[in-house]
Design a protein. Structure first.
Length: 657
């Protein structure tokens, strides 16, 4: 205890005096300059841009409060940054507590001062801590402020947090009001770091999306611009977050045709929220959340409310549809692949840390969940096709998650083992996957013909024994123990479940090549079921194809023509041969009976063949899942019902054929 007060201890020769004169009292903004990391998280590039965000947030608070509709943002040479709004203007009259100082000077030189604590000046605000402007002033080499208020213009200058001039009237102004703050970060704090135009432009654009009532005018010195960042731009988005979402996912395939978007007021004038959400069929999504226009990259209670509303709503929809698998869906199943924006405006927001990365208000979760739940239920009920597609999407992700968990419970092979390829695989010689393809064929006989017909450099052949396992109705244990599927997975090289990595796929295309008869169609259906259930990403990325071998050869003299089926045979006879011409029609019993030269010419040579790409249209996700369950699932009564419902159509097709 004595060591604490300097009475004993310490190294030999160290100073032992410790009295009142050693106690420092940091006044004004000196604590900010001594320990900037406590206020802006550090002195790196993120902290530098945090200064710009603080000033822009103050202007946005005026806009959100309904007192401003235009903000001018300028980045100048010399690392000068300015923000000007047409709001009410910071008060310049003497402060009641400090009568010798104007309210403006108090705000810029005193920590925890501002008009956002009582709630009288602002219903909602982002700069709640009351340190934003004063911290920026403290960490600026120079700062200039202009206030147009009550028809008069006032100016004052500062350096490193201290005023270098008194507040001066600069004359009368007409048709102008609001506040301008222009500052240059202090090199003593930030060294040679410079504002980046592209980063500031994105910040301005995000603010304009977040509050559809504001127009932000961006201007930047041409010498500071690189890439696609404009030197001038007017940012105004009447559609708000919906406009941003449409821009962010442009060109990407979505699970739902129309996004879930809207606005809602919280009860008892507690605030409001806006959202725009869709689900992407491929690739990574994103979820960006904001509180009073402040980005919350670590989420928080408002994000938890969003998760709760979406999860409970979709589970309830699944229960209504009598889909038992919906009960297994988790929030992560829904959020994976989701592209969304959520913005809330609430009174007295509480953030984790001064940099405001996470919202912590407990009531924000309840308010947000309550605001989104009814609109989400109505959105699902109003468009059953969208809702069914989303439900099927979430169930797919849920089942994939459960499969991965089951795989983790089984012993894994060493990650350092050498690649093992099935002994019956005849591989291609090319070491690159570009322009290569693997043909999956039925049996050794067909495999022999395909091996002779292939291009050895780019085409590989893997014979499979008969009809493979139906993975839609088989147990996970049976699937893991099936040698044919093990061989197929080893040959592809990309793994399955949590070991799946499409970058390790050994071929550019996977071609299912089966006989042109009913048995061949059944085998192709089983293989497509395997890819749909176990390797859906290969289908989504267009890697799986169906070969189209002919069933008939039509020959007269030196002329040979091939036909795919009975109907095509009749068409080819009429198209290529005369009415009374003697034509020899031969039917191929299978790929194994087809001469290698014919197989190459009709089915394998890229210049002449026809391939069908296997696709999963996002808009038909629910229909595909339903059809897969009916035709390949464990319930025979569903197949019986399908046959009954489609008997007339099937009979008509048979007669036509």
């Amino acid at each position: 205890m004595n060591d604490l007060f300097g009475g004993r201890g310490g190294k030999a020769g160290a100073a032992t005096s410790y009295n009142a004169a050693d106690i420092e009292v940091l006044e004004g903004l000196e604590p900010v300059r001594r320990r900037p990391g406590m206020y802006i998280g550090g002195t790196d590039e993120n902290a530098l841009h945090h200064l710009a965000a603080e000033i822009l947030d103050n202007a946005m608070d005026e806009a959100v409060a309904g007192h401003a509709d235009r903000i001018d943002v300028v980045l100048e040479a010399g690392n000068w940054f300015s923000v000007r709004d047409n709001g009410r203007g910071v008060p310049v009259d003497p402060h009641p507590k400090f009568p010798k100082l104007s309210a403006l000077e108090v705000i810029l030189t005193t920590l925890h001062s501002g008009g956002k604590f009582s709630g009288k000046a602002y219903d909602t605000s982002g700069g709640l801590h009351g340190v934003g402007s004063s911290v920026v002033n403290a960490l600026s080499e120079e700062l200039e402020v202009e206030v147009a208020r009550g028809g008069e213009l006032f100016r004052q200058t500062y350096a490193r947090g201290k005023p270098t001039s008194k507040l001066k009237r600069s004359g009368e102004v007409r048709n102008r009001r609001g506040t301008l703050i222009r500052f240059k970060p202090d090199p003593e704090i930030f060294g040679s770091l410079q504002f980046r135009a592209e980063r500031l432009f994105k910040l301005c654009r995000s603010k304009a999306y977040l509050y559809r009532g504001v127009e932000i005018r961006w201007r930047c010195d041409a010498s500071l611009v690189n890439g696609d960042t404009p030197t001038e731009a007017v940012l105004h988005f009447p559609g708000g977050l919906s406009d941003f979402l449409a821009s962010a996912v442009e060109g990407r395939s979505a699970v739902v045709q129309a996004p879930f978007a809207g606005t809602a007021e919280f009860p008892n004038s507690a605030g409001r929220c806006e959202w725009a959400i869709t689900w992407l069929d491929q690739g990574d999504g994103f979820l960006s959340t904001y509180a009073n226009t402040i980005p919350t990259p670590q989420g928080g209670t408002h994000e938890a409310g969003l998760r709760g509303a979406l999860l409970k709503g979709l589970r309830a929809y699944g229960e209504m549809k009598k889909e038992k698998r919906a009960a297994n869906i988790t929030a992560e199943d829904m959020l994976g692949g989701m592209a969304g924006m959520l913005s809330v405006f609430i009174r007295d927001p509480h953030f984790q840390g001064q940099t405001k990365d996470k919202l912590t208000n407990a009531d924000a979760q309840r308010l947000t969940e309550g605001a989104l739940r009814d609109p989400f239920d109505h959105w699902l009920a109003g468009d059953p096709q969208n809702a069914d597609n989303l439900l099927a999407f979430a169930i797919e992700r849920s089942e994939e998650r459960l499969r991965r968990r089951a795989e983790k419970d089984t012993p894994r092979k060493s990650a350092t083992r050498k690649l093992r390829l099935p002994g019956k695989l005849t591989d291609c010689s090319s070491e690159s996957s570009v322009n290569t393809e693997i043909f999956l064929v039925e049996g050794d006989s067909a495999g022999g013909s395909a091996k002779q017909a292939r291009d050895r450099e780019t085409q590989a052949v893997l014979p499979l024994r008969g009809k493979i396992l139906n993975v839609a109705s088989a147990s996970a244990e049976k699937l893991r123990g099936n040698q044919e599927l093990k061989d197929l997975i080893e040959a592809l090289g990309c793994g399955v479940g949590d070991r799946f990595d499409i970058a390790r796929l050994r071929y550019g295309r996977v071609v299912i090549m089966t006989d042109a008869d009913v048995d061949g169609a059944h085998i192709a259906a089983l293989l497509m079921t395997f890819f749909y259930k176990e390797l859906p990403e290969l289908v989504r990325q267009g890697k799986v194809y169906l070969a189209q071998p002919p069933l008939f050869r039509l020959q007269a003299g030196d002329k040979s023509v091939y036909a795919m089926d009975d109907a095509d045979r009749e068409r080819q006879l009429k198209r290529h041969f005369k009415a009374n011409q003697k034509v020899e029609v031969s039917r191929f019993k299978g790929l194994g009976e087809m001469p290698a030269a014919v197989l190459k010419e009709t089915t394998m040579a890229p210049a002449k063949r026809v391939l069908l790409k296997v696709v999963l249209p996002p808009e038909e996700r629910a229909k595909t899942a339903e059809l897969m369950e009916a035709l390949m699932g464990r319930k025979p009564e569903l197949r019986f019902k399908f046959i009954q419902d489609n008997a007339a159509t099937l009979d008509a097709e048979a007669v036509d054929a």
